[in-house]
Design a protein around this ligand. Sequence first.
Ligand SMILES: Cc1ncc(COP(=O)(O)O)c(C=O)c1O
Length: 377
Amino acid sequence: MDIVLASPKIRTRIDAGSSATPSIAQEYRIGAVPGGDPNLDRHWAGLLVAYAAMSSVVSDQTVSLSPPLLQKLQLELYRRSRVEVWLLRLDTLHPQVSGNKGFKLKYALEEAQACGAARILSFGGAFSNHIHALAFAGFARGIDTIGVIRGESDYAGNPTLSDAASWGMRLHFVDRATYRRKAQQAFLSHLEGLFGPCYLIAEGGCGPLATRGCREILGQVPAEQLARFDLIAVAVGTGGTLSGLIASRPAHCRLLGFPVLKGAEFLFRDIRSQLADAGIADPGGWHLQLDAHGGGYGCVTTQLAAFLAAFERETGILLDPVYTGKMLLRFNQQVADGDVPAGSRVLLIHTGGLQGLRGMAKTLYDRRLAFQGALPL
Ligand SMILES: Cc1ncc(COP(=O)(O)O)c(C=O)c1O
């Protein structure tokens, strides 16, 4: 099945099963294929618009996807439950260094440049948002980048790594056992032998400089609006983003992290260490909701797939299935269960990750169709 993306200047026909890159985006108008399933068309079209935005590399043309940074979510569930929910759209900050990535990488990039590093080396999985963002940031700043990637070199053709390579990142694939040694000195010396001296950034960009950068996230919200919220929530992988939020939490406001890993109790300790490493005394007032993982990291249940599509239909907002989508599904279940008191004013943070959708569109569509049941919307 084909989808037509049409613009005043560009008309691109894309085979929905392929990962072909559309030309540089300008203004997209979606044209459904005559005789096609309108829901399917809409679903693919939404993903492809996001994809096109991601692909507008070094374009001097603007992509017309600019919703407000702070967006009130108008869902029947929230009206019924009398809770006010806003979304901080970090996904719209930058087409390539989207979501939490600009904040996590900001000070590491500055430090790498200040110390005259010739290249930056970091680690990630084959669909890593961190690797994708780092590759672009290095390209934009004229710093060489090396990505040590967990898995087979067959992944090199996926959209995430193709982008990274097109921005000049050197990809070095290692098997899982080797990848687990990523913090060991012997392995790091081996990498230095291969690539020369590098500025190292840990997997996921985590570290004191990431915590420092993520302290600036809430600065995106005007102070008078921030003062209205009593709960702020974010998806959690390594906890780097949450640690920055904890460090900048308004005193009256609680923070709730939704880990996307199964068995993430260790994150309570890890996050405290990250705060300590960044020289920040834990002010408390935060908690982790440990049952939002939906089966584990990267697992997509049929319910999650159906929720993402329904959420997009209701709000026009795309969510990624690995992080923000899981947080929103679990948060909405809490609202539906009456666990969020009426009158609450909540700020949820969209941490981006939409580039990863490109490799998952077909799976998401199939799983969505397989779901039967009610959704918390
Ligand atoms: C899109 C997205 N959201 C959220 C997170 C979680 O961030 P952290 O690892 O800082 O907890 C990540 C991982 O970096 C991510 O890629």
